[in-house]
Design a protein around this ligand. Structure first.
Ligand code: C5P
Length: 307
């Protein structure tokens, strides 16, 4: 049996360009991997079977729409072999939460099946297969901090120093990523700026944000955090404003919606401050749960099986 640990992500910058003809948006997407992760195991089986455990397991689809199952089939098809595997997901990443949990499971399944089937697929190929599965899947393979261009799948690793401390407030119920992108387009149309590729300037990584990451400076990073999807997520889920406020009032350096939401991310000065923000958020009644964690951490990697 192979066990793979895989991180969730927060976007420390999510610059969203105009709507492309293929239905995607060009991004300047600075991914940051955090130590809030899923664990995916792959064991010998007949065909692809999938099970899931964890507090949100009931929300995870176990059919072929699950990215872990799709990853197993895609890798097997690429090598012309039968996809025989029993996959199990230990789910800690919020489901439909804007932290790329489904993408993480897809990346973990690629790594786990590759090892189980002894395929030794080059990383380049795994990254190509990952991009076929979804825009956020390649990043879950590499982890750390990376700039994602295109629809987020063209990755460039970024220099980063030290450890940053985060708190994630999980909401009741998820948000659909396509719906949040559509709402972003609608808000742009409403504001009169237009929403197409021709109308919206191509986003770029913010030099101040890149410097803050390279310097390991949480105060500077807090000032530079930016998410172009935040207004859309707040428009669809106005109550997130209360969550964001509760975290900043508790001493977070900054608060933002994680990706397409509804999970909210809070950057803290240090581990102690993060614990305090986590406690305050739990007591605030503005979220279902608060997770204190840190990053960056590596991408999907094989680990020892649980004792
Ligand atoms: O690539 P993925 O399957 O994760 O994308 C889900 C949906 O999110 C897309 O179908 C699209 O509606 C939206 N999306 C987008 N631009 C991106 C990434 C995702 O519009 N760069």
């Amino acid at each position: 049996m192979i066990t793979v640990e895989v991180p969730a992500k927060v976007n420390v910058q999510l610059g969203v360009g105009g709507l492309r003809a293929d239905g995607f948006h060009d991004l300047a997407n600075v991914f940051f991997a955090v130590a809030l992760g899923d664990r995916v195991t792959a064991a010998p089986g007949a065909g692809v079977t999938l099970t899931c455990a964890g507090p949100d397991a009931a929300l995870v689809p176990l059919d072929d729409s699950n990215l872990a199952a799709r990853a197993a089939r895609l890798l097997a098809a690429h090598h012309g072999i039968e996809p025989d595997v029993r996959l199990h997901i230990d789910k800690a990443i919020p489901v439909a939460g804007g932290m790329a949990g489904g993408s993480a499971d897809g990346a973990a399944a690629l790594v786990a099946c590759d090892a189980l089937w002894e395929l030794d697929t080059p990383l380049e190929t795994l990254l190509e297969l990952a991009a076929e599965l979804g825009s956020d899947v390649p990043f879950a393979l590499v982890g750390g901090v990376a700039l994602g261009r295109g629809r987020g799948e063209i990755l460039e690793g970024l220099p980063v120093s030290g450890t940053f401390h985060w708190v994630f407030a999980v909401a009741d119920g998820g948000l659909s990523t396509p719906a949040v992108f559509r709402e972003c387009d609608r808000l742009r149309e409403e504001a009169g700026t237009g929403s197409t590729e021709a109308e919206v300037p191509t986003p770029d990584a913010d030099p101040a944000l890149l410097a803050a990451l390279a310097d390991g400076d949480p105060v500077a990073l807090a000032e530079a955090l930016a998410n172009d999807l935040q207004a859309a997520a707040l428009s669809l889920r106005p109550s997130l404003a209360d969550t964001l406020r509760a975290g900043t009032e508790a001493g977070a350096l900054a608060a933002l919606v994680s990706g397409s939401g509804p999970t909210c991310a809070f950057l803290a000065k240090d581990a102690e401050a993060a614990e305090a923000v986590g406690r305050a958020l739990t007591e605030s009644g503005t979220c279902r749960a608060a997770h204190v964690t840190h990053g960056p951490v590596p991408g999907a990697a094989i680990s020892a099986p649980r004792p």
